[in-house]
Design a binder for this molecule. Structure first.
Ligand code: HAM
Length: 416
């Protein structure tokens, strides 16, 4: 017996109802992109692995365990993108876009991470992503957080999410903090997981987002990053919070929020939906001023965020109706040609039309109901001779006998 073919573990087909929800969420993100002056752009799904390796952090989970990377036929090490930010920065550098700063980029598409699949966590998932390159100053951070909040509001989710925010401080504060945290975790080395012992020498900060229960307990008493802020870092964070107040964005300071990727500095934030359980972050982002230089580019202030479309889709039933259409049903073989011609004429008038030829008449009516059609038009010999068609409004259960022009008028007036 042959094995039944299945989708790869951790990937999901987007069947039409789900696809419509995804499209709706992307549409909301797109509209907000336009409102805030972001332009759509896209980078390839495949990049050289090195685009992500150092930038996201060798010791981050995404790089150390979750990257889909492989050698291609030229022996180049390629990765399926595990996020957008590093690829967009690569694009910014390789296209020499620094002369055109500031830049505001909006993107969306599939992203790949090899993690243990569960509800809200897939190996292929989809993100919408916003990056503001060349945007410095606390008001930029606040503005992009407000943009994320507006997307949640437009998706009807604002009541169910909480914005958590923290500052990771400037490079100097991060250095001091890294030393403190190294000392702290070194004292507990014997109790740390094997992964975290490795993180200790590579980047002890990453122990703070370990998923191991014992590591988590130890991390709870670790020093807070806030105790290592320089005066500038403290002032910057306070300014961000003041601007958030100005924009009427509610937030909770989470002093333990560090985010799982290495490139962040200053502001880090997440929008959390507690009802999603362990995979509850809908949107995550922050400032990453040092990323461009790590990648060999010019110094560029930058801030951005990404939202997980699957997690947005899990939050509510978007129940987006498919486009209403007209179903043309020939009654008898001799009216098939006339039906095809009528359907063609309707489509030329930009009216979505389906011809249903096969099956009994009641089955065809059922089909029209199944696809949420608005009208059904029956064509028999009589209709061909008279050039008048019986059109039934399936919502109002009304039938009329109309000529072609009148049909087009009726349908256009009802706005499918
Ligand atoms: P991230 O927090 O790794 O950030 O991912 C952003 C969002 O993607 C998460 O909040 C979550 O909704 C979704 N997500 C992440 N992993 C999965 C998964 N395995 N399955 C389903 N959804 C998932 C970033 O990717 C950064 N690049 C965000 C950013 C942009 N920072 C600055 N600019």
């Amino acid at each position: 017996m042959t094995d039944k073919l299945q989708a790869v573990r951790g990937t999901k087909d987007l069947l039409p109802a789900n696809f419509r929800a995804h499209e709706y969420i992307i549409e909301v993100a797109k509209k907000n992109a336009t409102l805030y002056g972001y332009e759509a752009m896209s980078t390839p799904i495949i990049e050289y692995s090195k685009v992500f390796n150092r930038t996201l952090g060798d010791s981050s989970d995404v790089v150390s365990k979750e990257m889909y990377s492989f050698l291609d036929k030229s022996n180049d090490e390629i990765a399926l993108r595990p996020e957008f930010t590093a690829g967009i920065m690569r694009s910014f550098i390789s296209n020499g876009l620094h002369h055109t700063l500031p830049l505001k980029f909006f993107s969306y598409g599939p992203v790949f991470r090899y993690d243990r699949p569960q509800s809200g966590r897939q190996r292929q998932f989809h993100q919408f992503n916003f990056e503001h390159l060349g945007g410095s100053g606390a008001c930029t951070d606040a503005e992009i957080i407000k943009l994320a909040a507006d997307i949640l509001t437009d998706c009807g989710l604002n009541e169910e999410v909480e914005l958590q925010i923290n500052s990771l401080g400037c490079t100097e504060s991060k250095k001091v903090y890294q030393e403190k945290i190294f000392t702290y975790f070194s004292q507990h080395q014997d109790k740390l997981s094997t992964d975290s012992i490795q993180r200790l020498t590579k980047n002890p900060l990453r122990i703070l987002d370990s998923k191991d229960e014992q590591d988590k307990q130890i991390a709870q008493l670790a020093p807070l990053v806030a105790d290592s802020y320089t005066r500038e870092a403290q002032k910057y964070f306070e300014e961000v919070l003041t601007y958030l107040d100005l924009l009427k964005v509610k937030y909770t300071i989470n002093p333990r929020l560090v985010r799982g990727l290495d490139y962040y500095c200053h502001t880090a934030f997440e929008f959390i939906a507690p009802k999603l359980g362990s995979q509850s972050t809908l949107i995550g982002g922050g400032r990453y001023d040092g990323l461009s230089t790590i990648m060999g580019g010019p110094a560029v202030a930058a801030v951005g965020f990404a939202g997980g479309i699957e997690r947005f889709a899990l939050m509510r039933d978007y129940n987006i109706l498919r486009t209403r259409s007209v179903v043309v049903v020939p009654i008898g073989e001799e009216s098939i040609n006339a039906s095809l011609s009528l359907a063609n004429e309707l489509r030329q008038n930009k009216i979505p039309t389906v011809v249903k030829i096969e099956g009994k008449v009641d089955k065809r009516l059922q089909y029209a109901l199944n696809i949420a059609a608005k009208y059904i038009i029956f064509i028999g010999e009589e209709e061909i001779l008279s050039n008048k068609y019986k059109i039934k409004d399936l919502d109002k259960h009304q039938e009329s006998l109309l000529g072609f022009e009148e049909i087009v008028k009726l349908i256009n007036a009802s706005q499918l």
